[in-house]
Design a protein. Structure first.
Length: 503
């Protein structure tokens, strides 16, 4: 039996190769892999002894030879033909590929990136996978132990494993080619090229989707990182489909604040948000904003959880808690709640990414709505200007309204949400919902809208409820009517020039 080993990632290689040698395999290898095996005390035959031809072009051509590929591709019924050609069969191929994606991610220049496009490796993997009924193909170091165990055991299960390994090899080369095609397309055609490829790797099977009759799984997008995918779960039950959606929304919003902040999220809408000089006060504000809706919700904090804040969280029924870190006393207090999923999230939600919406038979792609609120574009359009405290609240309310489903209105004061209207089919209904929720607390508060006012009715309603300042994108044909209504009520109004729909 003969095994061809040629790998870029040498994790676990020596142990695997020793296991193969102990099973009677002759080891054949190339370049750096051969040196690594020899340094580990293993006997290795260089591939040029098989091909009768040296490695050339600085290693660009090593295994692309009939004595290699015929040895891999020959079926059981073709071994006589192989023998007539004086070619020995290969029984196992273990290959992983040049680190193209990692090289590009590190900022490599095009010439360096091109050198990391593997040619022989994918060809070997595809050949071995095609002929998996006879040949073992191993594309991932994590599969080494399973392969050795199957080789030792033999039997029918080995054939089933070879088929699974072939599927993994084809997926491996497909993802590799997708990364290369994506790199070329983005460089030459921009963000939305003619063809776009996504390589997804399953991270976990989930109990079910949004509802118990729906199957679901969590996938990571190859080549990207995300806070929730890098998070460590410290306590509680496994995360569900809905948990992930709500947790992502909560973490996106809490990451928008520089000061200590707490976000209570329900059904991907914030039901309470608070900021303060210390975390415990920020959380109390978020809780007081809507102590009913927080039940069964998700709480995200942008500071390490301390014992004082943990004591306030402990009596509540929550699905998920997210924070960048946890003081030992705080973690001990909350870890006793077996149904509470406690996540340590290592990074803020930051940077640009593509937003994907599924259609039957296709996808909608767009830039994610991460455009900053540009201070130089803020325009006071009324006779009254916001006071310093109102400016702080307007910026706070604007961050919150961006996280609400449109049509969206948020009402806030002193770094605390007082009311939220979201998902309404008319803006006046969204405003009415938010102001009704705020009640008497709306007097002296501010109001934010995710899009312009088509009529002056929202401003007039806000005036009736005591709102002192409004922030909205502007851009309506009837802006003058809204400005006049604000001036008549002594309300300060600011245009952002930025619409932030979240349908």
């Amino acid at each position: 039996m003969r095994a061809l080993l040629s790998v870029s990632d040498k994790t676990g290689l020596l142990e695997f190769a020793r296991g193969l040698a102990n099973l009677g395999f002759e080891l054949i290898s190339t370049g750096g892999t051969a040196r690594h095996l020899r340094d580990g005390g293993l006997a290795v035959k260089p591939v040029e002894e098989i091909t009768g031809f040296p490695e050339v072009l600085a290693g660009r051509v090593k295994t692309l030879h009939p004595h290699v590929h015929a040895g891999v591709l020959a079926r059981e019924d073709q071994l006589d033909e192989l023998a007539a050609l004086r070619i020995e069969p290969l029984d196992l191929v273990a290959v992983n590929l040049y680190p193209f994606a990692e090289t590009v991610a590190a900022g490599a220049e095009p010439a360096e990136a091109l050198e990391q496009i593997d040619i022989g490796g994918p060809t070997l993997l595809r050949a071995a996978a095609k002929n998996h009924q006879r040949v073992w193909v191993v594309a991932r170091p994590e599969d080494y132990p399973e392969v050795l165990a199957a080789l030792r055991a033999g039997g029918a299960e080995a054939a089933a494993l070879r088929e699974r390994l072939a599927a993994r090899a084809f997926a491996h080369t497909a993802a590799y080619d997708a990364a290369i095609a994506g790199w070329f397309a983005e460089r030459l055609e921009g963000r939305f090229p003619e063809r776009r490829f996504f390589a997804l790797e399953k991270k976990a099977d989930l109990r079910y989707g949004e509802n118990p009759h729906q199957q679901a799984a969590l996938y990571a997008l190859r080549g990207e990182e995300g806070p929730l995918l890098q998070a460590r779960q410290l306590a509680g039950k496994p995360m569900s489909f809905n948990n992930y959606g709500d947790a992502e929304a909560a973490w996106n919003l809490v990451s928008a604040f520089d000061e200590p902040a707490a976000v209570a999220m329900k059904h991907q809408n914030p039901c309470g948000v608070g900021v303060a000089g210390e975390l415990v006060t920020a959380f109390q504000k978020a809780y007081d904003a809507d102590p009913v809706s927080i039940f069964g919700g998700i709480v995200a904090l942008n500071r390490p959880l301390d014992a004082a804040t943990a004591a306030k969280l402990k009596p509540l029924f929550l699905e998920v808690l997210l924070a960048p870190d946890y003081e030992p006393e705080a973690l001990e207090l909350l870890a006793r709640k077996k149904n509470l999923r406690v996540l340590q999230v290592p990074m803020r939600a930051a940077g640009d990414y593509l937003d994907v919406r599924r259609l039957r038979g296709g996808l909608l792609l767009q830039d994610a709505d991460v455009a900053p609120l540009e201070e130089e574009k803020l325009k006071v359009v009324t006779k009254a200007a916001p006071s310093p405290s109102e400016w702080r609240d307007l910026r706070f309310a604007w961050k919150v309204v961006r996280a609400l489903r449109s049509n969206a209105i948020s009402v806030a004061k002193d770094g605390q949400t007082l009311g939220a209207g979201m998902g309404q089919t008319s803006r006046i209904d969204a405003a009415r919902h938010a102001l009704d929720q705020a009640g008497e607390a709306a007097h002296g508060a501010v109001l934010a809208s995710d899009a312009f006012f088509p009529f002056d009715d929202v401003v007039k309603l806000a005036a009736e409820r005591g709102i002192r300042a409004i922030i909205q994108p502007g851009g309506s044909k009837r802006d003058a009517d809204s400005i006049a209504a604000a001036d008549a009520a002594g309300i300060a109004m600011v245009f952002t020039g930025l619409r932030v729909f979240r349908h």
